[in-house]
Design a protein around this ligand. Sequence first.
Ligand code: 8DG
Ligand code: CA
Ligand code: CA
Length: 330
Amino acid sequence: MGKRKAPSGENTPNSDFCEFLTELAEYEKNVSRNIHKYNAYRKAASVLSSHPTRITSGQEAKKLNGIGEKIAKKIDEFLQTGKLQKLDNIHNDSKTTAINLLTQVTGIGPAKAQTLVSEGITSLEDLEKHKDKLNHHQLIGLKYYHDFQQKIPRNEIKQIENLIRGHLEPQIHLTICGSYRRGKQQSGDIDALITHPNYTSSQPKKKQNLLKNVVTALQNCGLITEIISLGDTKFMGACKLDKNSITRRLDIRLTPFDQYFCAVLYFTGSDMFNKQMRAHALDAGFTLNEYTLRPVGSTGVPGEPLEIHSERDIFDCIGFPYKEPQDRNQ
Ligand code: 8DG
Ligand code: CA
Ligand code: CA
């Protein structure tokens, strides 16, 4: 699970509300570990980020889908005082700020962060002194903490994409998904998906060493510099375009050919968009995930996966108007 963010709604009429709601969401995820409140704040931020006009009262906000009494009150407080008491308290609490800091390290989740803080480990310097408490993933997260904090410019991902493509055998398909595919000018990490026409869900053995071979080739050419984990279908690691660039988080997933477009759709996100689309699928009598689209019968048992040949097929099947990747940002 990545470091999830709600849409910040940068440069939109309600971006200041989106910002504080996102911060509250992070608090609920990392510190209170209340996933329901986390989702509620994110949903509110998402709906506000796409609202075209400035909201001028909690009352007005409450008319929007996903904004209830409590969030409306926070909007009123923010409008009246220019701040939120709850956020001030959060900023002034040392345990909370330590947990928030530690969860910024790739591989350290909310539970691990809480354990570390309860053991008195509250800073990067403390982590450096207690490396014995970290696993391989977390050690890489610590080693590249500052690099991984930096966003990756679109142009750099484009060059990394070209480099990867140049090392693939011609039959392999590659799509860089995530925020890059949604057209963002910068991304947090690189989400690559590959498939091969011979490897299907009914011929799982045909995946052979496809992913491992790709990773080896990319290590040999110097692009991949660290492996966090490597299985038959999922690589997590880091790459470096050239000596002048910094180290970037790179994931590569190998999916069966018949599941490729469900995977492309899922890993393109955004995750709020995925939530909306899955909900729409359910309303239309289908269940959609990163692997398949299946009809759900009256018994509630999913049927056989539908045959999918494009992303558009998925939208068409569930009667959801097609959206270009750049229009899936919330
Ligand atoms: P970013 O890296 O620029 O920060 O944004 P992103 O590309 O949208 O986010 P990501 O964390 O790299 O996730 C890539 C896509 O994976 C995301 O757009 C949608 C899908 N996804 C979900 N739920 C989750 C989840 O819980 N964790 C992760 N890592 N990905 C998820 O729909
Ligand atoms: Ca990403
Ligand atoms: Ca990612």
